[in-house]
Write a protein that binds this ligand. Sequence first.
Ligand SMILES: NC(=O)c1ccc[n+]([C@@H]2O[C@H](COP(=O)([O-])OP(=O)(O)OC[C@H]3O[C@@H](n4cnc5c(N)ncnc54)[C@H](O)[C@@H]3O)[C@@H](O)[C@H]2O)c1
Length: 346
Amino acid sequence: MTIKLALAGVGNCASVLVQGLKFYSGDERKGLWHPNVAGFKPRDMQVVAAFDIDARKVGFDLSKAVFAPPNVAKKYVSMPKSKVTVKSGLSRGDLAPHLRGVRLEKTSLDDVSKSLEESGADILVNAISSGSGSSTEEYARAALRAGCGFINCTPSLSLKSNKLVADFQRAKLPLVGDDLMSQFGGTIFHKGLLGLMVKRGIKVAKSYQLDVGGGSETLNTIDEGIKMAKREMKTSSVAEEVPYKFETIAGTTDYVDYMGNDRTSYFWFQGSTFMESGVTVDVYLRSSDGANAGNVLFDVVRATYKCMKVGKLGTVGEICAYGFKSPPKPMRFEDAFTKFSALYVR
Ligand SMILES: NC(=O)c1ccc[n+]([C@@H]2O[C@H](COP(=O)([O-])OP(=O)(O)OC[C@H]3O[C@@H](n4cnc5c(N)ncnc54)[C@H](O)[C@@H]3O)[C@@H](O)[C@H]2O)c1
């Protein structure tokens, strides 16, 4: 059985997903977190449709588009022609800052939904730019109309109160998100260290995480409005690990073009222990954004498809909490991981 995927947004995240599908199309297991999720191997996933609005990508074969500017994700493998041509996507006037002044190719929700149907896609993976909330919602509507499940990698859609959730439930389709949590990026690293401090009886007082990176996603997230929205999501995800109030901030602070798809996250933690003696941690993490999304996306796609097949519909709590920073029901990561592993990892 093949899991047929459609991609909204052919950026760095999509580039690494597409390259990963080629890399793991045989028996290669190096770097793979979970070879078997819900009975599926990576080679059971296939991209059958892709959408973007950047004219540098639209109309090109997916194998070419994933390396087109402004993408900066590393070329890990040579891509053979995919036979998937990137189609025009939809946009609802919430254009990402990095696309201002760029030639755009846009179409309607009807067209996107029709293309999805024709492609036979099971799931639409939404990896468009941060800050494009109305467009994200329209992609979810297009998926709904075409009978596809929806995975929201962006920080834009709220599954907490959205009417969409009810509509997906009614249509018997899964909807998971929001804001993908990288395998070993700033958020999970921050959460992990806080969890360790709590477990070791340290009273956490303050922490921060300041991210600097390259790539269009970082460029978009230094735009003031997007920056604050994304910061709020990251910060509340991090705060979930500590069972009392403390001061914390987590977010992107700057863009350095020559960092490419890489990111450096600077962390600082302050707490106290025995007789109020102080503990301070200063540490930094260097990671690569796109690659950091690969394993988590592989996992959530396979688990979401399984839910689709067994009729587990609407927002699927354990998938959202395992793979995303802003799930409808927040959970400590260790609990989410245990639950996800028990249900899906073979
Ligand atoms: N590790 C990760 O890569 C990671 C982690 C967490 C969240 N995310 C989220 O995933 C999304 C994608 O990240 P990325 O690094 O690939 O970003 P990116 O900037 O490299 O790519 C975004 C792509 O979406 C396209 N796009 C913008 N608006 C569109 C629209 N309306 N329709 C179709 N295409 C559109 C852009 O042209 C671009 O190709 C972001 O929202 C990001 O916050 C990624």
